[in-house]
Every structure is written in structure tokens, then in C-alpha cells.
Design a binder for this molecule. Structure first.
Ligand code: NAD
Length: 503
């Protein structure tokens, strides 16, 4: 398939003030259908005037939204949840057409985002303060949780619906107004969500979509009217966002990249391990921050485990996500080529290429950005194929002599997003959860993404800032606490006293 002339393609706009906003932006970026390998539309890249319009609209909408009763905010959230649940198939098609992941996986990410919407509908409970009566004679103290104002969300390409939904349901429920800057690689899901909010009755300006790239990100990071930033993306950009945002006085949570290990003890059920390695290594073509990219096999299991994984790999179908395939393409040609280059890097460094995913047969257009599931064995831990985040369907096996050596290896890594242990030994699993320096742990669970009532986030280079996404930490991030000390005067408490108040 050849690309249509770029100038005749539709342009994905912003969403400002409850309507599509075309703006005066001078620049656009191409948006691909990765399964066709073709540009299907362009997306506006915000200039300074568009950034200003987005933030000013969100700022203007804030006072009325903040003051709306919890019951009325809750009714809008319930309506949004119902609309999302009944129409999620439309959103899944949009995601598959721009990201490439298979439709069932797109539906899965929407369902995980919907969980956070459901959590946020409990806002009346989440926003409750505390009250202590009679802390001193006639004096009561209570705390309030209040919104921040305009908050920015900057999201990556790999979960165009779920990652924004980790944040905006709670931010909005808490009374903030939101400016979402989605990835320019798959910008349409955010617009669909904006239209859904409008249909649910959200007042104009409470939810804004600002399309763009670095210029839009920098605009939000430095804007004096933006109070907080929730970022998800690669580690170098997460670090930059954290440093720049905090230097401009903002509250920032910046979730970064990952390199997730699965530790397999010799007593584990190897069929379960092989199934899990396949699902977690190759689902969404490995473009998940919780994908397993390294299997750490405690000897003597490696040979039999590799055999089981290889058998299962041969059954996987790769192709257009709209057909019933197991795995779709990668996001861009450039990213596909970068991922594939790690196969040669690993080989040159002494690894064995057990399965090479290059040149595989696909059920899709020849121009798609394809790379099949790849398995590398005996990957040296000094190789870039081990130390760097690959973010594609490349699974590495590293062999270690003992549980202790496995834990030491995982803890030496720069990232600390997720990890898993596979064993039938409860004592070993309990020791692992205690000793491992990683934020999210699976015990016989390969992708331990916590449910929405808990908080999502890694340690070390996988999270900058001290607050994770959703759950109680999400509520804290999008609110500020106020403590009120109150006394209703009674004449006996008069008199001058310059001493510091004591109980
Ligand atoms: P990315 O860092 O390239 O982009 C993320 C966002 O930052 C996008 O909105 C992009 O427009 C913006 N951006 C890109 N370059 C920028 C720059 N120089 N200055 C300012 N902003 C910039 O990440 P990506 O490729 O879209 O997503 C994949 C990465 O995200 C992987 O590293 C993956 O591990 C990570 N990720 C992490 C989590 C997590 O929870 N920790 C979840 C999903 C994805």
C-alpha cells in the first residue's frame, strides 16, 4: 500500500472548551496505521497560542467545577462509566488503527482504565477529611481535601486510553480541571474520550485535549497556571519532566521505563511459566511497561523451559490486529528497526538466538511494521540487549545458579517497575517479596498490574516523584490537605497570651 499525499489527509485536532479546536499551529506530525505501514492522518502539534488557549480554558472552568457538589460530580462520572462500558468497542477500533495492538488487547486496556473510573465514582468517600473533637478545651481540628486547580497529564503511545484513565477520572472527581497531552503517535483515543465526557454532561473546559510534542510538554511544564503534572513515558523524558516541572514549582509524578524480570525457581510448574512468559513477553508485541523482558532461570530449569517456550512461540499468529491474530505490529518502522537491532547486538555479545522474529510470515499488509516473537538465550548481563529497555517482542533468558544470584541480578538493575517469581515454595515467595527492590511484584502472576483500588508505580528509574498512580496515592496526588483549627467563642476564653498555642 502506498501512502496517500500527506496534505489531503484529515488532521486530528485539539479539544478545547468542549469542542474540536483546529488552532493556528504551524506544525503537524504523521499518524500511522502500523498494520498497513501507511500514514492515515496527521495530528496538530500545538504552538504557544494553542497551549495558552488550552490552559486558560481549563483555568476558567475550574472555580465552577470545584464548587459543584460531590453528588452532581458523581452523577457525571457514573454516566461516563456507563457510556464507556457500552461503547468501548468503538474506542478499541480507534486504538488498534493507530497503535496496532490486537482488538482484544485494546479492549483489555480500556477495561483496566474503566476500573479507575469506577474507583473514582467513590469520590464522596475518597475525599472525606478527618475530625478530632476537643483537642484543647473547646477546640476542634479537622482536615479537608481540596483540588489543586489545572492539572496536566502527559501520556505515552503504548496505552492511549488506559494510561490517561489512570489519572483523569480521579483528577476530575476531586474537582480539578485537566489538560491531557496524549502521544502524538496515537492521538485519536483522547478525542473520543473527550466527546464521551461531553455526552456524560461534563461542563466544557473541565477536560481538554492538547495535541502536540515537546513544545506542548514544555508549555505545560513551565505554565504558571498548571499546578501538577502526571507523566508516563520513557525514563530519560520522565526524569526531564520531573526536574523541569518541579523546578517550576509543580507537583510531579513521572513514571518511566522498565526492564521486568521473571525469576523461575526449579520447583515451579514449567508449563505455567512457559504460558506466562509467552503472554507477558509477547502480548501487545512487548510494548507494555509491565512486559516481561528477561526470564531469569535458576538452573537446572533453563533447557526444558526454553523448549516449552519455543514450542508455544511456534503457535503464535502475527498480523493485523483487526483480524484474529495473537500479536500485531510495532508502533513505527523506526521503532521496529531499533527493536530488531538488539537481536544482532545480543548475538555479537555472545547470546544464542533461539528464535529470530525477523522475516516471519504475517496475516497482514507487507508494509506493516512487523517483527515476530524473538527468544535469546545466555544473554550476557553486560550486553545492551540486557541493560536497555527494548520495548518489543524480544524475550531474553539469563541463567543463574541460585535464588540469591537471581535476586542480586534483579536488584542490580536500574529500573524497578515490575517483577515476578514463579515457584511452589511459599517461603521463597515471601522472602522474594521482602528482598526485591521493585515496586510491583507478581507471585506466579506475570503482569502484576495492581487493581485500581491499589496504586501503580515502580521504584528507582521507573518512577520520579513519590506518588504512584490511582488508588489512595492517586487521590492524594490530586488533592491538597487543609487543616482547620476551630473554636466557637465562649466568654471564659478571653484574655491576651503571646505564648505559642499549646494544648
Ligand atoms: P516517550 O517518553 O517517547 O513519550 C512519552 C510522552 O512524552 C509523549 O506524550 C511524548 O510526546 C512526550 N515526549 C517525547 N519526547 C519528549 C521530549 N524530548 N520532551 C518532552 N516531551 C517529550 O515514551 P513512548 O515511546 O511514548 O512510550 C514508551 C515508554 O513509556 C516506554 O519506555 C515504557 O516503558 C514507558 N511506559 C511506562 C509506564 C509506567 O507505568 N512506568 C507505562 C507505559 C509506558
Amino acid at each position: 500500500m502506498t501512502n496517500a499525499p500527506v496534505s489531503t489527509l484529515p488532521v486530528v485536532p485539539h479539544w478545547i472548551g468542549g469542542v474540536e479546536h483546529v488552532g493556528t499551529d504551524e506544525r503537524t506530525a504523521p499518524v500511522y496505521d502500523p498494520a498497513l505501514g501507511a500514514v492515515t492522518k496527521n495530528v496538530s502539534l500545538a504552538n504557544a497560542a494553542t497551549i495558552e488557549a488550552a490552559v486558560a480554558t481549563a483555568k476558567a472552568a475550574y472555580p465552577a467545577w470545584r464548587d459543584l457538589s460531590l453528588t452532581r460530580r458523581q452523577a457525571i462520572l457514573f454516566k461516563f462509566r456507563e457510556l464507556l462500558d457500552s461503547r468501548k468497542g468503538e474506542l478499541a477500533e480507534i486504538i488498534t488503527a493507530e497503535h496496532g495492538k490486537v482488538l482484544s488487547d485494546a479492549l483489555g486496556e480500556i477495561s483496566r482504565g474503566q476500573e479507575v473510573v469506577e474507583f473514582a465514582t467513590g469520590l464522596a468517600h475518597h475525599l472525606k477529611g478527618e475530625y478530632s473533637e476537643q483537642v484543647s478545651t473547646g477546640i476542634d481540628v479537622y482536615s479537608l481535601r481540596q483540588p489543586l486547580g489545572v492539572v496536566g497529564i502527559i501520556s505515552p503511545f503504548n496505552f492511549p486510553a488506559m494510561v490517561p484513565m489512570w489519572f483523569f477520572p480521579i483528577a476530575i472527581a476531586a474537582g480539578n480541571t485537566v489538560v491531557l497531552k496524549p502521544s502524538e503517535k496515537d492521538p485519536s483515543a483522547a478525542l473520543w474520550l473527550a466527546e464521551l465526557w461531553k455526552e456524560a454532561g461534563l461542563p466544557d473546559g473541565v477536560f481538554t485535549v492538547l495535541q502536540g510534542d515537546k513544545e506542548a510538554v514544555d508549555g505545560l511544564l513551565t505554565h504558571p497556571d498548571v499546578r501538577a503534572i502526571s507523566f508516563v513515558g520513557s525514563t530519560p523524558i520522565a526524569r526531564y519532566v520531573y526536574e523541569t516541572g518541579t523546578a517550576h514549582g509543580k507537583r510531579v509524578q513521572a513514571l518511566g521505563g522498565a526492564k521486568n524480570h521473571m525469576l523461575v525457581l526449579p520447583d515451579a510448574d514449567l508449563d505455567l511459566v512457559a504460558d506466562s512468559a509467552i503472554n507477558a513477553g509477547f502480548g501487545s508485541a512487548g510494548e507494555r511497561c509491565m512486559a516481561i523482558s528477561v526470564v531469569v532461570a535458576v538452573e537446572p530449569v533453563a533447557d526444558s523451559l526454553i523448549k516449552k517456550i519455543t514450542e508455544r512461540m511456534s503457535t503464535l499468529t502475527i498480523g493485523d490486529g483487526r483480524r484474529s491474530c495473537d500479536m500485531g505490529p510495532l508502533i513505527t518502522e523506526q521503532h521496529r528497526d531499533k527493536v530488531a537491532s538488539y537481536i544482532d547486538i545480543a548475538k555479537a555479545d555472545g547470546a544464542t538466538v533461539v528464535v529470530d522474529g525477523r522475516g516471519i510470515e504475517v496475516d497482514g499488509d507487507a508494509h506493516g511494521f512487523w517483527l515476530g516473537p524473538t527468544l535469546l538465550d545466555r544473554v550476557p548481563t553486560s550486553s545492551k540487549a540486557y541493560t536497555e529497555e527494548i520495548f518489543g517482542p524480544v524475550l531474553a533468558v539469563v541463567r543463574v545458579p541460585s535464588y540469591e544470584a537471581g535476586v542480586e541480578l534483579i536488584n542490580a538493575g536500574a529500573f524497578g517497575n515490575g517483577t515476578a517469581i514463579f515457584t511452589n515454595d511459599g517461603g521463597a515467595a515471601r522472602r522474594f517479596q521482602n528482598e526485591i527492590e521493585v515496586g510491583m511484584i507478581g507471585i506466579n502472576v506475570p503482569i502484576p498490574v495492581p487493581v485500581a483500588t491499589f496504586s501503580f508505580g515502580g521504584w528507582k528509574d521507573s518512577l520520579f516523584g513519590d506518588t504512584k498512580a490511582h488508588g489512595a496515592e492517586g487521590v492524594r496526588f490530586f488533592t491538597q490537605q487543609k487543616a482547620v483549627t476551630s473554636r466557637w467563642l465562649d466568654p471564659s476564653h478571653g484574655g491576651i497570651n503571646l505564648g505559642f498555642p499549646q494544648n
